[in-house]
Design a binder for this molecule. Structure first.
Ligand code: HEM
Length: 503
């Protein structure tokens, strides 16, 4: 009996193997054999946290279209962006996003897969991101930024350099506080007491766990995630924390708030109880989204800009010259035409988001009935498809010398219109279409104000570890990328930086 059972299992496994390798609708696409057979390939790389570099490796080896899971295609082509992500694309968010259902009572805007439900949630949330609201958030943001930049005055004089600071850690504390003000009307207090940000690191580990479960729901269904109690607990703690934030914000009277905030807009809908009104569970869920969506991505983007500028000192010099010529004091640097006109600043930020993207693997979409056409290829329905940021942003077809940090590639005064048009078409660091980053404008404002004020106020010096002294800037960039962890967003370490007050 046992032998018969084992034989049956072996036979069924062989059938599945044969089907996936030779008969499956995606069988013609290349990819690692292990990945074409099973999603354990993805689970392994999510655990390892190296998907950001794995997609680059896969495309270098297998070309434009790679089958990276039995039913998954990664496409490194500008021709794939619109068919997969545009507002009219015949796709929806893949069931990867439903992983949250195992841990949260109700999905947030980001995790809602059905298009109509997603549109309803997004409609409510987007009211908090109008230009008028962004202006209203600025004073508290600038107050937090001034306090943050004051940290480096302590031991930095005009002639003396401060001690070394790990900028990833520093920006995490700052952005966590800025996010508290922006989303909930009150900074979280991490700049005064770093313990207040203790929830953040385990939460990101929890997110790495969600990345795993997203690729294989069976792991949660069979409670295999209990084998990683730390990850599971991190998600539970985070859920509790964000629900508390929502309830605190509901209970807080307006005079206890320092500023208008995103959550006010959600609360107004909740209190008015209109047709679109969010429920209390939705408020808790959106609260969990807000804390995370804007903090890790923004903190890592900031530390990447500083890394790229200091790793290529001529770019830092040119940026300092632009800012110190245009502005005569720090307070002039705020939202407005003067900041918008800083061509080199804008180029430095775009170029950093290109050469060191913070979205790791790829954002997955599922093709709907009828499938989609990409560059003349028919991709059948119910296929998971996506374009990996790290691979397309280093694709030589769209970016000359792709591993070089070269802000001038984005400047009309320095590059041909044709080259800029080609690069722009392949550049989408904040997503696109109906699911494009809702905080896009605010994220760019935060990054611009922070970098501009920091570079205006201080001279900055990179602390290069002994074992990196002989590396070229490109080799250092590769090293940074190898040491980073992809947990949906890519978390890097450092750089370590010294500060000196500018003369
Ligand atoms: C540089 C910083 C940021 C980057 C690179 C970034 C990038 C992205 C990307 C690529 C997406 C689409 C994700 C997907 O399709 O799965 C997204 C979605 C989202 N982002 Fe951001 N983001 C940043 C900052 C922010 C900020 C400051 C907020 C504000 C709180 C925010 C809120 C959101 C929300 C709510 C969504 C979900 C939108 C939806 O599903 O409709 N992000 N972001």
């Amino acid at each position: 009996m046992l032998i018969a059972l084992l034989s049956l299992c072996a036979f069924s496994t062989l059938l599945v193997v044969y089907y996936r390798l030779y008969l499956h609708p995606l069988a013609k696409y290349p990819g690692p054999v292990f990945a074409r057979l099973t999603d354990w390939y993805n689970v392994y790389h999510c655990f390892k946290g190296d998907r950001h570099i794995d997609f680059v490796r896969l495309h270098n080896r297998y070309g434009k279209i790679v089958r990276y899971g039995p039913n998954r295609l990664s496409i490194n082509s500008v021709g794939a962006l619109r068919p997969i992500y545009s507002a009219t694309a015949n796709t929806k968010k893949a069931n990867f996003y439903e992983a949250m259902q195992f841990y949260m009572d109700i999905p947030s805007t980001h995790c809602t897969v059905e298009k109509e439900q997603h549109a309803r949630k997004r409609r409510i949330l987007s009211q908090a991101f109008s230009d008028k609201m962004l202006q209203a958030y600025q004073p508290l943001f600038l107050k937090t930024l001034t306090k943050y930049l004051g940290r480096y005055e302590k031991n930095a004089g005009e002639d003396s350099w401060s001690g070394a600071y790990d900028m990833n850690h520093e920006f995490s504390l700052f952005v966590f506080d800025a996010m508290g003000g922006f989303c909930f009307g009150k900074p979280f207090g991490a700049l005064d007491d770093p313990k207040k940000a203790d929830i953040v690191p385990p939460t990101f580990e929890g997110f790495q766990g969600l990345n795993v479960v997203g690729h294989m729901h069976g792991i949660a269904l069979l409670h295999l995630d209990s084998l990683q109690p730390r990850l599971k607990k991190a998600i539970e703690d985070y859920k509790k924390y964000s629900a508390e934030l929502a309830h605190e914000c509901i209970a807080r009277s307006s005079d206890q708030k320092e500023s208008a905030c995103v959550f006010d807009v959600l609360l107004e809908g909740y209190r008015q109880k209109g047709t679109d009104a969010p429920s209390i569970k939705e408020l808790e869920s959106e609260s969990s989204l807000l804390v995370l969506a804007g903090s890790d991505s923004t903190a890592n983007s900031l530390s990447n800009v500083i890394f790229n500028l200091l790793n290529n000192p001529h770019t830092l010099e040119r940026l300092q010259a632009e800012l110190r010529t245009k502005f005569t004091n720090l307070d002039q640097i705020c939202i407005g035409p003067a900041l918008g006109d800083c061509e080199y600043l804008n180029a430095c930020i775009d170029e950093s988001m290109r050469v060191t993207p913070v979205i790791g693997g790829l954002t997955q979409r599922a093709t709907l009935a009828g499938g989609i056409e990409i560059d003349g290829e028919h991709v059948p329905a119910k296929t998971d498809v996506g374009v990996p940021h790290h691979a397309i942003f280093r694709n030589e077809e769209y970016f000359a010398d792709p591993w070089t940090y070269e802000p001038m590639r984005w400047m009309v005064s320095e590059n041909s219109k044709e080259a800029i048009r080609t690069a722009r078409a392949a550049f989408w660091p904040l997503g696109m279409g109906l699911t494009e980053c809702i905080g896009k404008k605010w994220a760019l404002i935060e990054i611009k104000l922070t970098i501009a004020r920091m570079v205006y106020k201080y001279d900055l010096k990179l602390v290069v570890p002994d074992n990196e002294k002989d590396l070229t800037p490109i080799e250092r960039l590769h090293r940074r990328e190898e040491e980073a962890t992809d947990r949906f967003t890519v978390g890097s370490k450092g750089p370590n930086v010294r500060f000196r007050l500018a003369k």
